[in-house]
Write a new protein. Structure first.
Length: 197
């Protein structure tokens, strides 16, 4: 499988950190060749590091402008200036998009629906995937075998909608060019089969 690059927004990084106990950060290496964290996202993420020590663990993994988890300072300055004035796009998200464009990244990983909706109106070609997409892509690629536990934990910190889960699996299968029927997706993602309510 072709491994791709991603720029991660603060809310998704927080959700991924909540999944740390399931080795999600190690699993990401199977899906991506590099993960970029914008400086503004770093500032947002650092705010709660004393209350959530797992954030400190992740911050120690970041390397400026190199390494798998790269604290990235490169971005398209014109795009950044425009995005900073766009409604429902905050400073970290604006930098993530400008970085995505500068680096030619494959995805922005974000769980902020307002950001995704705002971006779809201005830059619909930008691929914004969620933490849920990451889990689906890892599981469909057979890189993880603890999907239900990951979904249960994610649901406890960021509730998952049934329809969104099915749509996310469909989009992830399409992205990976994996053939899976609608019925298989439905059965796989029935809340009762996952242990969700």
């Amino acid at each position: 499988m072709l491994r791709r690059t991603a720029v991660v927004d603060n809310d998704a990084l927080i959700n991924l950190t909540h999944l740390k106990e399931f080795n999600i950060f190690h699993s990401l290496r199977s899906l991506f060749s590099q993960v970029f964290i914008p400086m503004e996202v770093l500032k947002e993420y650092e705010v709660m590091k004393l209350k959530e020590p797992d954030r400190i663990w992740f911050l120690e993994k970041l390397k400026p402008d190199h390494g798998f988890y790269s604290l990235c300072t490169k971005y398209d300055s014109i795009s950044l200036a425009i995005l900073k004035t766009t409604r429902d796009i905050d400073a970290g998200e604006a930098e993530a998009v400008a970085q995505y464009q500068k680096l030619g990244a494959h995805y922005i990983i974000s769980d902020d629906r307002r950001f995704k909706n705002a971006l779809s109106k201005t830059l619909p070609q930008v691929k914004v995937f969620s933490t849920l997409h990451v889990i689906a892509m890892l599981e469909l690629s057979k890189f993880i075998d603890n999907r239900n536990k990951l979904l249960q934990k994610l649901h406890s910190v960021s509730p998952i909608n049934k329809e969104t889960l099915i749509t996310t699996y469909r989009e992830s299968a399409t992205e990976l060019a994996i053939r899976i029927t609608k019925n298989e997706i439905y059965i796989k993602n029935k809340f009762s089969n996952i242990g969700l309510r």
